[in-house]
Design a protein around this ligand. Structure first.
Ligand code: ADP
Length: 488
């Protein structure tokens, strides 16, 4: 099958979260199943820097081309390379006005948020690129709000063109809470027939809502875990689209993300101080010592190191973390926190670190090497998420023998089996249900108690390290969804 991936992020080239990880690893698993995948992503400044620092020069494959829509035309450059470490074609869509910015998702230099315009351009450029490069996909796989317009464009007449005659669309929701919403005045800029300004297309209570259009008009819709697929059909987690998702549940599938088991392998990971595996955890202890030394924290026997790596936004339960962390430190834990995001959270966490210089470090920033080092060194990884479509951190942690303490929501409920005192044969972490700091603290306290029982702790670690989070099973489920899109 010819599969076209259109995405705002691809790891390791440009990523802010799980979307990048998935779009950097699922194509590999699909290629291994024998499919031809081509990926399109924006040629951000961050991508240019990544290629330059890796001595890769993407090749310009077309003369600069005008992409036109809605009485507007914008120049696009097309560069070709491959997904790093593979033969999978990766097409970079360049336009410096839209994509040469300090951050992947930053607003225009004057502060005006032109996100919808940037990604409308990207979607139109993907279509034009396919036409010019002779790419005729059987399946167009769009991801999150940024590329939600592709299923809409396919529906709105694109199938009349040679390149897209046989194309069907699959739309994946990685996070329902970012929908690509703008005022009604943005509709004209999408280049759609007025029929699409309707509640069964991109109009939602008087606003433009790109994700809604993608969900309604894609042939099949997926999201990134079975539990999240159920949760988003409820008022609590549906972010205003639960009614639509309920009515379209016949084409909604929850497929758990996998992880790139080559990149995330404690036995070979080049970012960590000492490699280790399930049978030999001595290396993990060396990693912990090395990280503590780097952070200028004392190594103390029987003292758990808790880790946290995340975007600092309310979704991730930072309010719970801020309330519970001082209690964990008072109970004897050490902590290392890596993240960036909302300044109020950055400040509050830094204040906790300043008050506990002997036991807590907070590093503000995005640092992939340090993230690997934390997964390998920490004893526990905290994820008190308010909602979590899938969550990859807990899977990385499990693979590195780091016991996750999580709120049992979304993909966390599908991957973490909480220890209840009796299920050592299966348990791999600790969990709690209600989003309150006291319950979170209780779960970490239980984890800390069990940490001192080295035999059962090793069992929890071993159960986690034995879990199979490779992409193969999920890739087969995607294959089945692609088939449904094509033949139903
Ligand atoms: P989300 O997509 O909601 O951010 P996920 O758990 O699905 O959450 O994916 C997060 C990914 O981003 C993981 O690969 C994690 O290691 C990475 N990540 C998040 N914050 C940071 C950071 N500050 N530095 C390095 N990596 C980070």
């Amino acid at each position: 099958m010819n599969i076209l991936f259109a995405t705002a992020e691809v790891s390791p080239i440009a990523k802010t979260g799980g979307l990048g990880d998935v779009c950097g690893s699922l194509p590999k698993a699909l290629a291994q199943l024998g499919h031809d995948v081509t990926i399109f992503m924006p040629y951000y400044r961050q991508a240019q820097e990544w290629f330059a620092s890796n001595d890769i020069e993407p090749e310009e494959v077309l003369p600069a081309t005008y992409v036109s829509w809605a009485n507007w035309a914008v120049e696009a450059r097309y560069l070709r390379t491959t997904l790093p470490g593979t033969e999978i074609p990766l097409i970079l869509v360049g336009n410096d006005y839209y994509f040469h910015r300090p951050h992947i998702y930053s607003a225009r230099f004057d502060g005006y948020d032109d996100g919808i315009e940037r990604f409308t351009f990207f979607c139109r450029a993907v279509i034009r690129g396919c036409e010019l490069l002779g790419i005729a996909p059987d399946v167009v796989h769009a991801h999150d709000w940024h590329t939600a317009l592709l299923p809409v464009y396919l529906h709105s007449g694109l199938r009349g063109s040679d390149q897209f005659r046989n194309a069907r669309s699959v739309y994946t929701i990685h996070n329902l809470n970012y929908q690509g919403i703008g005022g009604s005045n943005r509709f004209a800029g999408l280049g759609l027939h007025s029929r699409y300004w309707a509640p069964d297309a991109v109009e939602h209570y008087g606003d433009v809502n790109l994700m809604k259009g993608g969900i309604i008009l894609a042939d099949q819709v997926t999201t990134v875990s079975p539990t999240y697929a159920r949760e988003i059909q409820s008022g609590e987690h549906g972010a205003g689209l639960d009614g639509i998702l309920r009515s379209l549940s016949f084409k909604l599938h929850g497929i758990l993300n996998g992880i790139d088991v080559d990149e995330w392998d404690p036995a070979t990971d080049p970012h960590i101080r000492s490699n280790f595996d399930k049978g030999h955890l001595a290396g993990k202890r060396l990693c912990k010592r090395a990280l503590l030394r780097e952070l200028n924290l004392k190594h103390k026997a029987r003292t758990p190191l808790v880790g946290f790596v995340s975007r600092l936004v309310d979704q991730k339960g930072i309010d719970l973390l801020i309330a519970a962390l001082p209690h964990m430190l008072a109970a004897g834990a050490q902590a290392v926190i890596l993240g960036s995001g909302e300044p109020r959270y950055e400040n509050a966490l830094q204040q906790i670190a300043a008050r506990h210089p002997e036991s807590c470090r907070v590093i503000i920033g995005f640092d992939s090497a340090l993230a690997h080092s934390i997964y390998s060194s920490a004893d526990m990884l905290l994820m008190p998420s308010i909602y979590e479509p899938c969550g990859l951190n807990q899977m990385y942690a499990l693979r590195y023998g780091t016991v996750p303490v999580v709120r049992l929501t979304g993909g966390l409920a599908d991957t973490v089996i909480p220890f209840d005192g009796t299920n050592l044969d299966a348990a791999n972490g600790f969990g709690f249900f209600s989003a309150n700091a006291a319950d979170f603290y209780t779960a970490t306290w239980l984890a800390m108690l069990n940490y001192r029982e080295s035999k059962s702790w090793r069992r929890l670690q071993a159960n986690g390290m034995a879990a199979d989070f490779s992409w193969e099973r999920s890739a087969r489920q995607y294959e089945a969804v692609y088939d449904r899109a094509r033949y139903s």
